[in-house]
Design a protein around this ligand. Structure first.
Ligand SMILES: Cc1cc2nc3c(=O)[nH]c(=O)nc-3n(C[C@H](O)[C@H](O)[C@H](O)COP(=O)(O)OP(=O)(O)OC[C@H]3O[C@@H](n4cnc5c(N)ncnc54)[C@H](O)[C@@H]3O)c2cc1C
Length: 422
């Protein structure tokens, strides 16, 4: 009888253990892997719907922040109508209920040849597909005098969190009778109605607390989304408080003077008590640095799968994508993410692709109990994405309809954030 040395015994039992685990290990090694870059609305929805539609895929979500604060409803926070905590969501449910690996880090780069995603802290994650949803970046070069450092004095508050808090504090400490100057960006930008919703809700706040104060909107454009609805509401709720100056009137925004807290246009310089500059926008930095962006500053995609037309195997959803008629909204990011998740799970598991509906619903507050909505249906057509059907609130609607839309908006917020974060 052979007497076993300790080493031989170890080798032998090790082999038996491995043989016992063989099939499972092989399965896990061959598991398809998807890495999602960015845990905002687009990324979190893509991760969740990938995990739900294809449990055999290993899904990893990389997001630097421990919590996500929604831009939607952040104008209500500025008006003092909700807390920032109520707009903040964690990633625990995505990890615990859906088995997603959530890593709090930044993705530094994608290597499409080695098929790895490099984390800022060092490790590289192998992938079969990547979903990129980094949101927007600000094109500071297009606005003289305004840069990242300036945002600490004149906030943009176009990513929710500290910036929104800063703007709220400035509004609170502003003297009654001051002018709030809001610089609205050129198209395309995140959430077309949001600058004008912000003006409406800040006017509501002034009406309650600083009734002699005024709002001046200096626009980089000559018209804006749902203009008739806003102009009507400003006349009804905030007569004489909000002035909107289009680019054709001022000659366009030329520069920001941070020290003077003023905005220089071609015709005049406007001094602010509080200023809110929303700069021109482009796809998030990560997309810029990884070859996903074309001359427009946004990411061209296949309209069915949201796969980049510049980098195969990498999909882009949310604000960073260039998606035809689809506006840059949270609802759109969520809708695109589902279409993308279904396309990836079909490609990686060989299953039939579930059809998805590209849709946008948007609620906009004119005052706390006066809200308007729109609902738009889209479909891929001729290599891009086109509107097929459209509902928009009308100027002459009854007050009851508007109250109902405001109540629906609150329910929409809860249902929508649950759909995204768990
Ligand atoms: C004031 C305001 C009001 C709005 N109201 C509405 C509304 O009522 N309805 C609506 O539908 N939409 C609304 N929006 C628009 C909505 O917030 C955006 O369209 C939506 O957040 C876009 O989602 P996203 O996933 O593309 O980007 P984001 O939600 O911005 O998420 C991007 C994420 O990517 C992460 N990230 C970036 N780079 C990296 C990297 N290198 N590695 C890892 N992670 C990275 C970021 O940390 C961030 O969490 C509003 C926007 C604003 C500003």
């Amino acid at each position: 009888m052979k007497s076993w040395t300790r080493r031989e015994f170890g080798r032998s039992t090790g082999a038996m253990v491995l043989a016992g685990l063989g099939p499972r290990l092989a399965a896990s090694e061959s598991k398809a892997r998807v890495v999602v870059v960015g845990g905002g609305i687009g990324g979190a929805t893509a991760a969740k719907y990938l995990a739900v539609s294809a449990p055999t895929i290993e899904v990893t979500l990389v997001e630097p922040k421990p919590n996500y604060t929604t831009c939607f409803f952040s104008n209500l926070y500025l008006a003092g109508l909700c807390s920032l905590e109520s707009l903040t969501h964690g990633y625990e449910t995505l990890a615990q209920r859906y088995g997603i690996n959530v890593i709090h880090d930044s993705v530094a780069a994608v290597d499409p040849v080695a098929k790895t995603v490099g984390l800022k802290s060092g490790p590289k994650l192998p992938y079969d597909r990547v979903v990129v949803a980094p949101g927007i970046a600000f094109n500071y070069e297009a606005l003289a005098g305004y840069d990242e450092a300036a945002t600490q004095v004149i906030p943009h508050a176009w990513n929710a969190g500290l910036q929104t808090q800063l703007l709220r504090r400035q509004l609170e400490s502003m003297e009654d009778g001051g002018v709030f100057v809001l610089v609205a960006p050129p198209n395309p930008f995140r959430c077309p109605p949001a600058p004008y919703e912000r003006a409406s809700l800040v006017a509501y706040y002034f009406k309650q607390h600083k009734p002699r104060s005024r709002i001046l909107i200096l626009d980089a454009k000559d018209s804006f989304n749902a203009q008739d609805l806003f102009l009507d509401a400003w006349g009804r709720h905030y007569r004489g408080m909000i002035e909107w100056l289009p680019a054709q009137f001022t000659g366009g925004i030329k520069a920001i003077d941070v020290k003077e807290r003023s905005v220089k246009t071609a015709s005049e310089t406007f001094k602010a008590a509080v200023a809110n500059v929303i700069p021109p926008q482009m796809a998030g930095q990560f997309a810029q640095q990884n070859g996903l962006v074309d001359h427009s500053g946004w990411c061209p995609i296949d309209p069915i799968t949201f796969e980049s037309t510049l980098q195969p195997g990498i999909h882009v959803v949310g604000d960073a994508s260039s998606a035809g008629d689809m506006p840059k909204s949270a609802f759109v990011a969520n809708s695109q993410a589902k279409a993308c998740a279904f396309a990836i799970s079909a490609a990686l598991t060989g299953s039939e692709r579930q059809s998805s509906h590209l849709f946008n619903t948007c609620y906009t507050f004119l005052s706390p109990d006066d809200a308007v909505s729109n609902a738009i249906s889209f479909k891929p057509a001729a290599g891009t994405i086109k509107i097929v059907d459209n509902f928009v609130s009308q100027v002459q609607e009854s007050a009851e309809n508007r109250h109902r839309a405001a109540r629906e908006a609150q329910s929409w917020y809860s249902a929508f954030t649950r759909d995204t974060f768990g």
